[in-house]
Design a protein. Structure first.
Length: 143
């Protein structure tokens, strides 16, 4: 097995890390970092098996850790559930809304309690502007 000097590991690591600028993807840099760290280890340990083993473990570990952190950081927002998914939806008034009394609207095939700042008659179309608990705050759809 060829023995690589510490300077070879470090220079190779810097070259590999620099390739990340040419081929972006946040993958190659971890192999460069592992090579640099392996070069530092090679200064103190002169066994090539330790060098190659360190490179494999460090690059695999760094790659795994980067992917794990990336998934934690970029986790998508959960889809809204219940009444919260209705924000911005269009509905139909099925029981007139006369403030401060609540009316009823049908949105996406479901009936909901509705509240508004203005009176809205049965059969008019409304837009959900807010959700408070299980009540939809609506306004008359213009146009």
């Amino acid at each position: 097995m060829p023995v690589l000097k510490p300077v070879v590991w470090i220079v190779a690591g810097l070259v590999i890390a620099a390739l990340e600028m040419v081929v972006p993807g946040n993958v190659i840099i971890w192999f460069g970092l592992a090579a640099i760290l392996t070069g530092i280890i090679a200064i103190f340990v002169h066994n090539p098996y330790v060098h190659y083993g360190a490179f494999i473990i460090l690059s695999g570990g760094a790659l795994f850790l980067a992917q794990w952190i990336g998934r934690k950081i970029t986790r998508p927002e959960p889809e809204p559930v219940g009444a919260l998914r209705l924000f911005g939806a269009i509905g139909l008034v099925i029981k007139e809304i006369n403030p401060p009394e609540l009316g009823r609207v049908k949105v996406d095939g479901e009936e909901w309690l509705a509240q508004s700042d203005e009176s809205i008659g049965t059969g008019e179309r409304v837009k959900v502007v807010r959700v408070e608990g299980t009540r939809l705050i609506v306004e008359r759809l213009k146009g």
